[in-house]
Ligand binder design. Structure first.
Ligand code: FES
Ligand code: FE
Length: 428
């Protein structure tokens, strides 16, 4: 508790402890106080479009079945049989109207209700009420196709939790009147990296881009060029932890990389303020607190061309101190042509996902950071978060939140860590 209090004071003066990124006690506290209270991303609706479709996902260390019932409603239930605790669903995706336990045969609807109990009459003699023994339910809510779950029945609703960040989420999600859909299942893999390093990086680390990813700029695959990351804005939602970096730069047409018909549709589905922000944005990299991120990036399949804009969505599921399971999706506009979707997916796989080159640039660094954070000598060492300590918000910026210039800035990160510390202190 004293450590959390010291950490909070440190954040206010632009310092954050190294050990937070690889420490058993911090990990345990996150499980107990953070992942049990925040809204956590579960799935995109397009991953489970039909009745009976399901995926298995996690909130903290809790494995959940996220399923669409026969009426089209999405439910999340703990993936544990209420009889003796067996895992109900062993596949990570599929379609089923019911789940039958492989131990004693209790059977549940995909909505979680218990409907079948072997030897009900002979064994339980009327003492077991099926309605009392359904799967353990998790609160579910959604925004623009993003399905979130929350373990805390008292937590405020998702809208309030997002707290205005929806404005920026729309830049990734309202691509044409049909919105976006996932292109294939997510890549997922285990990495010796702390989840927070990724959340921070995607909350607007424009600082690393021209260094860690310099090859891509040199070869001409990224028409945003390395230097645009120092321009544009870093925007955070104070008190909520969410943040986005909006890379900006000259000589790039507004909406460049999206087909014209989709741009026309986007102008209808976005507000004038959103259109203004979007038209000035080349790259957008943002994190929803605690562990969901998005990146929109122009990519030239032929060096020198404008090319396509791909969107990746990523989830950092913590599986131990300094260890996580990474989920990476490609999002494409639903109304785009098959050809555009294929190109966007190709660009995405070249840059992100398990074999993506950007991904490997990042994880090479993140894994080393995590190793370092586990060393005994760093117990009392801090990192500096003092960029933009005194930056005033840009009064001209048309979007909500606290927007500062330039994009290379620590303001979003101080906001992120202070939200994180509020949870660890038990104050949320
Ligand atoms: Fe599932 Fe017994 S553990 S029926
Ligand atoms: Fe990166």
């Amino acid at each position: 508790a004293a450590w959390v209090e010291e950490t909070r004071e440190g954040i206010d003066s632009g310092r954050f402890p190294v050990r937070a990124f690889n420490d058993q006690a911090v990990y345990d506290l996150e499980q107990e106080r953070l992942f049990s209270k925040t809204w956590c991303f579960l799935a995109h609706e397009s991953e489970i479009p039909h009745p009976g479709d399901y995926v298995t996902r996690y909130i903290g260390n809790n494995n959940l079945i996220v399923a669409r019932d026969e009426h089209g409603k999405i439910h999340a239930n703990l993936n544990m049989c209420r009889h003796r605790g067996n895992v109900m669903c062993k596949a990570e995706m599929g379609n089923a109207s019911h789940f039958r336990c492989s131990y004693h045969g209790w059977t549940y609807k995909n909505s979680g209700e218990l409907v079948g109990v072997p030897y009900m009459k002979e064994g339980y003699e009327g003492r077991l009420k099926r309605k009392d023994w359904g799967l353990v339910r998790v609160r579910v809510d959604s925004y623009e196709g993003l399905v979130f779950g929350c373990l805390d029945p008292e937590a405020p609703p998702l809208d309030e939790y997002l707290g205005g960040f929806q404005f920026y989420l729309d830049l990734y999600l309202k691509h044409g009147l049909g919105g976006v859909e996932v292109h294939g299942p997510p890549d997922h893999w285990i990495a010796d990296t702390d989840w927070k390093i990724c959340t921070e990086n995607f909350a607007g680390d424009g600082y690393h881009t021209p260094v860690a990813h310099q090859w891509g700029f040199h070869l001409g695959y990224f028409p945003s060029s390395g230097s645009t990351h120092s321009q544009g804005w870093a925007v955070s939602i104070p008190g909520k932890g969410h943040g986005i970096g909006l890379g900006h730069g000259p000589n790039f047409p507004p909406f460049g990389g999206f087909p014209d018909d989709l741009v026309a549709e986007m102008k209808q589905s976005l507000s004038p303020e959103q259109v203004e922000v979007f038209s000035r944005t080349r790259t957008a990299v943002g994190s929803v607190f605690p562990n969901l991120s998005f990146l929109m990036q122009p990519f030239s399949l032929e060096p020198g061309e404008i090319g396509v804009r791909f969107v990746t969505m990523r989830l950092y599921h913590p599986v131990g101190p300094g260890r996580m399971e990474m989920y990476s999706w490609c999002l494409v506009p639903k109304n785009a042509s098959q050809e555009y979707k294929k190109e966007a997916y190709r660009a995405y796989t070249l840059a992100f996902g398990q074999a993506g080159t950007f991904e490997q640039d990042d994880f090479e660094n993140w894994t080393k950071v995590t190793q370092a954070a586990g060393m005994t000598m760093v117990r009392d060492v801090d990192f500096p978060y003092i960029m933009g300590m005194d930056s005033a918000p840009d009064p001209e910026f048309p979007g909500p939140g606290h927007a500062v210039v330039p994009y290379v800035n620590d303001t979003n990160f101080r906001n992120l860590w202070s939200r994180w510390a509020d949870y660890l202190a038990g104050e949320v």
